[in-house]
Design a protein around this ligand. Structure first.
Ligand code: ZN
Length: 165
């Protein structure tokens, strides 16, 4: 379970200047990998969308543009699948057309032989220090929303759902 921060971008200015972002809440997602079952992207996406819509609503957002995810490489989540399901599920909501951006998180391990910590990849599953295969996985199954970009538009005339940019 990892805590992260959700950002709201005011609909002013022209681009994604991070200076316009301010943290509005923290989000905990505990679902991924619980009990070791495979998470299906469809149900993941349903939860994701539900959460994003509720959050955006609280912020009086007119539009969800980008949902940024952090995905552990061992979590088995395929961001491209999430995008496909989101396109389907979000139709007719303010998240319609939202883009998924995913950041992959490394798999961190602690070696039971040399005691040191390091990162492994699917191509190299051994301790980077001593080559041992006796590894304890420290992280790598995460799945959470890192941030979200929404439009907040107080002007009714431009708050309609279609044709923004
Ligand atoms: Zn080692």
């Amino acid at each position: 379970m990892v805590e992260c921060t959700l950002y709201i971008r005011q609909r002013q200015g022209t681009d994604g200047n991070p200076a316009n972002e301010e943290p509005v809440l923290s989000f905990l997602y505990a679902g991924a990998g619980a009990g070791g079952q495979t998470m299906h992207e469809l149900s993941v996406t349903e939860h994701l969308l539900d959460y994003c819509l509720k959050t955006a609503e609280k912020q009086h957002a007119a539009r969800i543009r980008v949902i940024r995810l952090c995905v552990g490489r061992l979590g088995g989540i395929v961001p491209e699948c999430i995008q496909v399901y989101l396109d389907m599920l979000a139709e007719g909501t303010i998240a319609e057309g939202a883009r998924i951006e995913a950041e992959f998180l490394p798999v961190k391990v602690r070696c039971r032989d040399c005691g040191r910590e390091g990162e492994i990849t699917p191509h190299r599953l051994a301790c980077p220090h001593c080559g041992s295969l006796r590894l304890q996985i420290l992280s790598g199954k995460e799945f959470y929303i890192k941030s979200m970009e929404v439009d907040i538009d107080g002007d009714q005339s431009t708050a309609s759902a279609d044709g923004l940019e």
